[in-house]
Design a protein around this ligand. Structure first.
Ligand SMILES: [Fe+2]
Ligand SMILES: [Fe+2]
Length: 128
């Protein structure tokens, strides 16, 4: 991804999802040039934001009886595992490793929004 911007192309039309995604993109964009130790703090903020947002999506899936929930939740769990790994790397002093993981996140999230989250948004809008 060339720039970390939440543009209209990524909007799904489900306000709670779009707002969460926008916050995540803004955080990732702001983290690019952060020096240590502000970067460390931002990583913890990012992990907390993701945990909250993914839990919100998981609740949405549960509330509509979404048939693909298990697969979608597994993708969320894999992202949370990546974030845990970044925090572990930071704790062990490997900031470069943590930055590498954070750097990979925008592409991961964009692909997730354009596939799994899009399918969920379509299902949620039909079942409202
Ligand atoms: Fe999402
Ligand atoms: Fe998702």
């Amino acid at each position: 991804m060339d720039s970390i911007v939440f543009g209209p192309d990524l909007a799904l039309g489900i306000p709670v999802m779009d707002q969460s995604h926008r916050v995540i993109f803004d955080l990732l964009e702001s983290m690019q040039a952060l020096p240590h130790p502000v970067f460390d703090e931002a990583c913890h903020t990012l992990a907390a934001e993701f945990a909250e947002d993914l839990a919100e999506e998981n609740r949405l899936m549960e509330s509509i009886g979404y048939p693909l929930a298990a697969t979608h939740r597994a993708a969320h769990d894999s992202l949370l595992a990546c974030l845990d790994q970044a925090l572990c790397l930071l704790a062990s002093g490997d900031e470069a490793g943590a930055r590498q993981i954070v750097h990979s996140l925008p592409d991961w999230i964009e692909a997730h929004i354009n596939t799994m989250d899009l399918a969920l948004a379509i299902a949620a809008s039909h079942l409202k």
